[in-house]
Design a protein around this ligand. Structure first.
Ligand code: ZN
Length: 507
């Protein structure tokens, strides 16, 4: 029936429009304003900064003598005008303007960025070490933000191991940034301290932090000199596969460049719906969970998410015992439907004829394929129009909870209890539950299981003709396919969620 398709389309369009202005509108931050002024001014000598600085202070209320220096160094650095930033610092020195901690922090970041992009000389090293010594003398106790900045600069020097002490210093009060970890890992690889590098890399992953491309580029730079570089590349790719690592969208370029420096052929590619790489035509693999892996996540989810989080707190003793008795006698189902999620997939304000019709169509879709269907829903569904509700009751097993209960845990419990191959129909990504699993390996397994079992309703026609976004028949995981390795990249777009870009690598 056309109107249902229309409802869903409108719903998607509305969400798209709501989000779009955020992306399109350039944010007028103090940084942007300041950078525009600098860009429009000719600065050739440090003293030219005097007028610019005064002009900026007089023009923008949000920029004050307390923050102007840090912001100026920062914007010049992010725009890769390192010499301009240095000339500004030179100007501050001649004017006897003291650098506050925020400016010093950005000074370290500047030296780091410059050191990475340009030839790093002994003079650069000296500058970093002297600055560090000076800051340490003036500020025996440093805040974590400054410490993170110092780590970046220090990691480039021969004194890089001092970063480990700084890392511990940060850990006293907070958590080091992912980038701090990654620059130290990079330094460790470059200085042939592989055990330390891998240990820290595992720590990054165990803490669910981002792996920056400096890790890979340092690793590839280091192995470039080894005779067995082929197997060394393989080692990193296999690690990426084990840890389910994808390349962040803003890190792809550096990753590709560093791989190319090893005389490796790297191309960006797209994988078709059927799992075929458009560049090399390899068929990508599906990594199914083994029975024991599945049993492990099932047990952990039941222990941590369902029992541990005390989801039953929002339910009555009566409902709990009803559910327990239901699952203890529960046969296995092919499909578990999140009734509420399907019903409201066309929006919250639809009349019961529409909401119940959507669920009826989804049930009919699977029943016509001979599937055994379980529907989890709410008590109020009992009042749904008889034509739809009558069909659902006749053709699916139903478990209804009170209107205030949480659905996810019940859904997960039933799906997991039902078996490894049971399909879940919901748009809910259930990320919250993943985070309750402490172990990163289990999080990865949970993600993999869910991504292979989750159907998301796109639209439904009366009589059960439904279209779903189905799990792909390949896994978004770094993998070797014949002579090629395929490395998944994260998508930059917030709108396209089902498209992953890949790097197709030929060693
Ligand atoms: Zn390929």
């Amino acid at each position: 029936m056309m109107f249902r398709r229309l409802y869903l389309t409108q719903f998607i369009a509305k969400r798209f429009i709501q989000r779009r202005p955020e992306v399109m509108k350039e944010r007028q931050t103090p940084q942007n304003l300041l950078w525009k002024t600098i860009e429009n001014t000719k600065i050739s000598l440090p003293q030219d900064w005097k007028n610019v600085r005064n002009e900026i202070l007089n023009s923008f209320r949000s920029i004050t003598p307390a923050n102007i220096d840090a912001i100026t160094v920062n914007v010049c650095t992010t725009n890769k005008k390192y010499d301009l930033a240095l000339s500004y610092l030179e100007f501050l020195k001649t004017e006897n303007i003291q650098l506050n901690l925020a400016t010093l922090g950005n000074y370290f970041k500047l030296l780091h960025a410059k050191g990475l992009e340009e030839q790093f000389s002994p003079k650069d090293e000296e500058k970093i070490l002297l600055l560090y010594e000076k800051v340490r003398k003036e500020y025996p106790i440093l805040d974590q933000s400054t410490l993170n900045s110092i780590i970046q600069a220090l990691s480039l020097t021969s004194q890089w191991k001092q970063c480990l002490g700084l890392l511990d210093e940060i850990k006293i009060t907070s958590s080091p940034t992912a980038y701090s970890y990654c620059v130290i890992i990079g330094a460790a690889f470059l200085h042939k301290e592989d055990d330390l590098a891998w240990k820290l890399l595992n720590e990054v992953i165990d803490n669910d932090k981002t792996v920056y491309s400096i890790v890979y580029s340092s690793y590839f730079k280091r192995i470039g000199k080894k005779s067995d570089k082929g197997s060394q590349i393989e080692k990193m790719f296999t690690f990426m596969q084990d840890k389910c690592l994808k390349i962040e969208s803003n890190q792809i370029e550096e990753f590709v460049e560093s791989l190319k420096s090893l005389k490796t052929i790297v191309r960006s590619s797209v994988v078709t719906q059927r799992g075929v790489c458009k560049f090399c035509n390899s068929k990508l693999l599906q990594f199914d969970l083994t029975q024991s892996e599945f049993d492990e996540i099932k047990q952990k989810i039941i222990d941590n998410v369902i029992i541990g989080k005390d989801v039953y707190a929002r339910t009555t003793a009566e409902e709990l015992s009803k559910f327990k008795s239901f699952v203890s006698n529960m046969p296995s189902f092919d499909v578990v439907i999140d009734g509420l999620n399907v019903a409201y997939s066309a929006g919250l304000k639809q009349p019961p004829q529409v909401t119940s019709g959507l669920v009826q169509s989804v049930v009919a879709h699977f029943v016509s394929q001979g599937k055994k269907v379980l529907l989890l829903g709410r008590n109020h569904m009992n009042k749904w129009p008889r034509n739809n509700w009558g069909y659902i009751k006749e053709n699916a097993t139903i478990f209804l909870t009170e209107d205030l209960s949480q659905d996810d845990p019940y859904l997960l419990y039933c799906a997991l209890s039902s078996g490894k191959d049971t399909v879940i129909v919901t748009k809910d990504l259930m990320r919250g539950h993943k985070f309750l699993l402490k172990d990163v390996r289990l999080k990865i397994l949970f993600d993999r299981w869910l991504s292979q079992r989750q159907y998301q309703l796109v639209f439904a026609k009366e009589g059960g003709n439904c279209i779903f976004k189905k799990p792909p028949n390949y896994t978004h995981l770094a993998q070797r396919n014949g002579h090629f390795w395929h490395i998944p990249c994260k998508s930059e777009s917030r709108f396209i969620t089902n498209k992953t870009y890949w790097l197709c690598v030929q060693k």
